[in-house]
Design a protein around this ligand. Sequence first.
Ligand code: PM9
Length: 472
Amino acid sequence: MTHEIPQTMGQQLGRRSWAEPWKVKMVEPLRMISREDRATALRDAGYNTFLLRSDDVYIDLLTDSGTSAMSDRQWAGMMLGDEAYAGSRNFYHLEEAVRTHYGYRHVLPTHQGRGAEHLISQTLIKAGDHIPGNMYFTTTRLHQELAGGTFHDVIVAEAHDPESLAPFKGDVDVAKLEALIGQIGADRIPYVSLAGTVNMAGGQPVSMANVRALRELTARNGIRLLLDATRMAENAFFIQEREPGYADRSIAEILFEFCSYTDGAWMSAKKDNLVNIGGWLAVNDDAVYEELRNLVVVYEGLHTYGGMSGRDMEALAIGIEESVSDDHIRARIGQVRYLGELLVDWGVPIVLPVGGHAVFLDARRFYPHLPQDAFPAQTLAAELYLDSGVRSMERGIASAGRDPATGDHIRPRLELTRLTIPRRVYTQAHMDVVAESVKAVHDARERATGLAMVYEPRYLRFFQARFEPLSA
Ligand code: PM9
């Protein structure tokens, strides 16, 4: 597709600015500790931003997961929690919200996204199976592997190129998927794993045309198509903005149509759905539901709470309604773009086009003198914290982990540091402060020496690994 992508919200709206469709009712004070104390905190944390105490962080862009501000309606909903062990009325509100906006027939709550990933993987994957998907995600792939499956990346080639301006860099390469099905055989592929606004690719969207083509291909081969709906409402924004025929359709309509081409979804409700904890799993197939409904009581809780309290399910049901508002999504993505545009203007290399939930710094171009084995993206996250107390996250070689067959580091082409924007939390002034800090770190880039990993946990190593600075 060649049509022009508006790079700013001003361009999209005909030079009129966007603003948040809410005002602030309660504030949480922030504080910045001294550079000396930040150096101590960073050393104590083994140069891993996941191991910092949040009290030592000034602006927290580690993740958009569970870090959103809830609305007054959601907080009011918390007071309506029905904490019955079985059949809580809040579950039925949640079920209705998922059915209304995502369209699936059967709904199960889970404590968060990976609880749902665990259940679906254990239910559908057998040892020796293969799961194609549009780029790996850390927890999703691990659950697929723990169930005995092998993940195959079938995302379009542009997704691996941070400078490609393709509008839908989250799309599956349908020809590549078809070739893989031919090679492996449809009977060894329990499902195709499709994610909206692909996290590890820089928050890049999937087009409606692509999911339609996938529906056709998977149906022809008798393979299920399952969706990681974690950031699908944000994906709908990009379809509305970029895909012919969708400019006048609402986010809610686009989301519903997209899901209608899939057989089910798992959800980390801590992102799009605007809650601090929670998840869900939803499918159309009665037999698959039967299995999942039985398994949920083993690992999460009864099928009407699945690890969530009644009040949390109520906040989630309301969060789902709020998350599909056009005004909300426009302001949310507008803020992410605002930060991205500042950085582009200042010559900082980032993944383009700017994605839905985060600005991803391209650590390869940021630190061209550092080899990937010196963890450039981890180094950049550490330097940024040291400069200003801004916390970001590595999404490169540390996150990619090791090849289960060979034990070698997986070396992804994308070596990124993620500035993830929580929803409805920070202001434009915070974005200015973040951009200025990134620029200061960029100006001093030649002094960075890289890191060595000195402790490596077995699973999802990026969360708990420890590093030490390499000497110059
Ligand atoms: N994503 C994120 O920060 C939190 C944990 S990994 C640092 O991006 C997708 C697309 C996700 C995701 C979590 C999960 C797992 C599934 N799919 O964290 O278990 O981005 O709720 O969800 C994180 P939970």
